[in-house]
Ligand binder design. Sequence first.
Ligand SMILES: Nc1ncnc2c1ncn2[C@@H]1O[C@H](COP(=O)(O)OP(=O)(O)OP(=O)(O)O)[C@@H](O)[C@H]1O
Length: 326
Amino acid sequence: MTTTLTGEPAVSARGLAKHYSANPALHGIDLDIARGSVFGMIGPNGAGKTTTMRLLLDIIRPSGGELRVLGESPRAGGAALRRRIGYLPGELHLATRVRGRELLAHYAEISGPVRPGAIEALADRLGVDLGRPVRSLSKGNKQKIGLIQAFMHEPELLVLDEPTSGLDPLVQQEFHAMLHEARANGQTVFLSSHVLSEVQQTAHDIAILKEGRIVERSTVAALRENAVRHVRVTVAEPDAATARAVLERLPGVTGVAPAPNGAGTVALSARLDSHVDAFVKAVAALDLVDLTVEEPDLEEMVLAYYGADVSASADAGTAEPAEVAR
Ligand SMILES: Nc1ncnc2c1ncn2[C@@H]1O[C@H](COP(=O)(O)OP(=O)(O)OP(=O)(O)O)[C@@H](O)[C@H]1O
């Protein structure tokens, strides 16, 4: 496969809606995921991430709108389309006594050709013992089995629902390397997460979903440019009032406050939005002792979208059990 960001998107949705009885889960979203890209969807509990993914896989059917996956309608594409997709469900129920090796061989029969040695190579990378009964594996090791079944046939599209759930940090790094390789191989990745930090390391494009609506669609780079940064300006004590006045006049600067500092100097901390250039030029005129402009805090930006009340909107008892669907 070769990397391509042109042509028909891997996923294209227009007005995609899903209601569970009378309860709307998706309010007609528009979404394009370019072929060969890594796309991350983030959002709080109940935002509709899993619903979106299940619609792509034709596990559930839309209540309205149009959806094309790899150029086909999920419904019409059937099993042939399904084999071109690798899917990791958010909730894995792997209660079988069967050993990992046999279970994956079974999935491989359904998903289509798997290169010889590919399953073992993935198991080595992720560090999971394929000789053990699957039900005796820990949550993280079951997740690895789920990842192997999603990746093993090198599908054109990987749909990964909370892929790092239960993985330790070293395995997460290995997983990130697998995503980079998938992209280099021309595969498209659609992953979901609750937190930006997870997708920001791997995805180029993101959407923030909230209560069934896309509230932000951006590249990670553009988010970074527009995100709030924390700044700290240190000046000699006699200059403190001037420095404060300069900062408070600047566009994009808020929350100017003195911060603890060494004798003879005063540090002023503040929040800065995207106006970095104007800020740096203005503070250059001050008699600076020190200046810190922190990395933009994207998480803070995303949490502002989430809103305090939304994260608590639990949906206990409504989610249907998901399985490694093949
Ligand atoms: N089978 C179902 N029956 C009824 N309502 C459902 C069902 N599945 C999901 N919902 C509802 O649809 C909405 C979206 O749920 P969904 O599982 O897609 O969210 P999510 O973003 O994946 O959440 P989480 O991060 O908690 O996994 C929620 O309000 C949920 O209660």
